[in-house]
Ligand binder design. Sequence first.
Ligand code: FES
Ligand code: FE2
Length: 318
Amino acid sequence: MFETLQNFWMPVLPVSELGESPVSVTLAGEKLVLFRTQSGEIRALRDRCSHRSVALSLGRVTPNGCLECPYHGWQFNGDGACVHVPFNDVNKINLFRLAVSSFPTQIIAGCVWIFTGEGKPPALQIPDSLKLSETAYYIHQEIWKTHWTRAIEANLDFVHLPFVHRESFGQIAQSALESGDVLDFKVEDSSDRIEVFTPYANVPPTFALEWQQPNLVMVKFDELGFPVKREHFFAVPIDEHQTQCTIILQMAEGMDAQTQQSAAQEFIKPLVEDRVVVESQIGEIPAMAEECHVPTDKPTLLFRRWYHQTIAHQLVLR
Ligand code: FES
Ligand SMILES: [Fe+2]
């Protein structure tokens, strides 16, 4: 299961979007259903009834907090155990064999997170900027028709700013471009993170991009005094061809809801500029020899090395 990206925690849905009805999500190639149990806890099951493979997300949540299949009414609890089979004597059925798979969930930064694996998951490693109360965040989701690795690279790249974002914030790179500067990045990396500091002299040197394993890129402008303090961009694979971009913005304190909404929208607008370009790329990031590279590609090449060694197990050329 979860062929595209196994054994990681992923943010999949803003908590506010899960009400009384079940919601289906596709994560790393698997169809899942999210629902709330009687106590309000959010649980994730495989979205496929063990009886005749109907999508459980088309069903309803019963008053006792079970998910009822829309076809013949079998009921499943939050652990995926089948607890009711209408019109049958349950003493003559091995209910244990009728269970559907369940997956660990947790709520962080106003999002439901699911672990893309079975068995006991490891503790979730997240930056402190995602540990604040829910009200500190504005969450935006949009689907890009691309492999998740391409979406990561677009966010770990300072060089595209004066081209892709010419009409928006890319202006910050214009003078360096016009002067013919050779960009020199300060890059810090370890096995599970890469931090790239701005190469542009006209923005404070603390402005940085940071990738954290496997699919988070933070845009760190905490000290620039913007209404958005930090952007957390998660490239969450729906499957091999589509990515659910989940953006969790940490907003500055003291804004009312309306000001927060319009400030967040301003930050989200340029995403469409990235999407158009990224959707023209084909497939996942390829083996190293299949594309050409230059010194300013250093951050994305570090990401490729991690991806090829850890996820894709492809040949890595150095
Ligand atoms: S298909 Fe689900 S109960 Fe029959
Ligand atoms: Fe961009």
